[in-house]
Design a protein around this ligand. Structure first.
Ligand SMILES: [Ca+2]
Ligand SMILES: [Ca+2]
Length: 235
């Protein structure tokens, strides 16, 4: 019996490390993040977006105009999580119109993260380019505001900004790829005028995981030596 236990020891030690890695992680060290620590980030924009999380560039919509695509990437969350999105409706910068200045065109943006983070009217929103002013398509003009250099920074002051407006799926009319991804619980958002507002920025802070799950904080990963698994004992 004793002999049998001894022969099983390496296996048991390895199993204990595998199942209880958190418990065995020495104090002051953190384990290396695994793919199981990541969450999926799904985004759909009519027509384009760029996404920053905690001041870092995370995703760029790879298709500027059409076809309408979903961008789905893995992210390693850390909280509080500051999300900043610049979204653009396809529009000629001089006229605010598209398809050779024949169409005003409408917009829309939606996002869902695997931790339950979703777009809704709690997000801050501001327009930076809009037109054609007064919907005048015969003499179309646009108005714009300079885009702040640090609009994606964690400490950017958006306290004077208004909030996003929610739009229904019917109003935005998303194309097929949207229905093939998980956006349950998320709302389409834009600023007040989904047709004329052509460049907008959204910002939102997620204080803690909306799904209530406890997740390791990997934000300081570059400044620690990650814990390595214990060596297998020799026979
Ligand atoms: Ca438009
Ligand atoms: Ca559009």
């Amino acid at each position: 019996m004793k002999k049998l236990l001894w022969s099983l020891l390496p296996l048991m030690t390895f199993a204990a490390w595998g199942f209880g890695q958190d418990r065995l992680t020495p104090p002051g060290k953190i384990k290396k993040p695994q793919m199981s620590d990541t969450i999926k980030a799904n985004m759909y924009a009519d027509n384009w977006f760029i996404l920053y999380i905690n001041g870092e560039l995370v995703a760029v919509d790879s298709i500027k105009f059409i076809p309408h695509n979903v961008v789905s990437v893995d992210i390693l969350p850390s909280y509080p999580m500051t999300i900043a999105v610049m979204a653009k409706d396809n529009a000629d910068p001089m006229t605010g119109m598209e398809y050779a200045n024949t169409n005003i065109g409408d917009a829309g943006f939606i996002l869902k993260f695997g931790d339950g983070t979703v777009t809704n009217a709690k997000w801050k929103a501001k327009r930076f380019s809009w037109g054609p002013i007064d919907r005048d398509t015969t003499n179309p003009r646009v108005e714009k505001l300079p885009i702040p250099e640090n609009w994606f920074a964690v400490d950017f002051d958006d306290s004077q900004w208004g909030f996003a407006k929610e739009y229904t799926e019917e109003q935005v009319g998303p194309k097929q790829p949207y229905f093939e991804h998980d956006f349950k619980g998320a709302k389409f958002i834009w600023t007040d005028d989904i047709e004329l507002d052509n460049t907008v920025i959204f910002r939102h802070v997620v204080k803690s995981p909306p799904d209530g799950k406890t997740r390791p904080d990997f934000s300081n990963l570059n400044n620690v030596v990650p814990a390595s698994p214990p060596k297998k004992p020799r026979r």
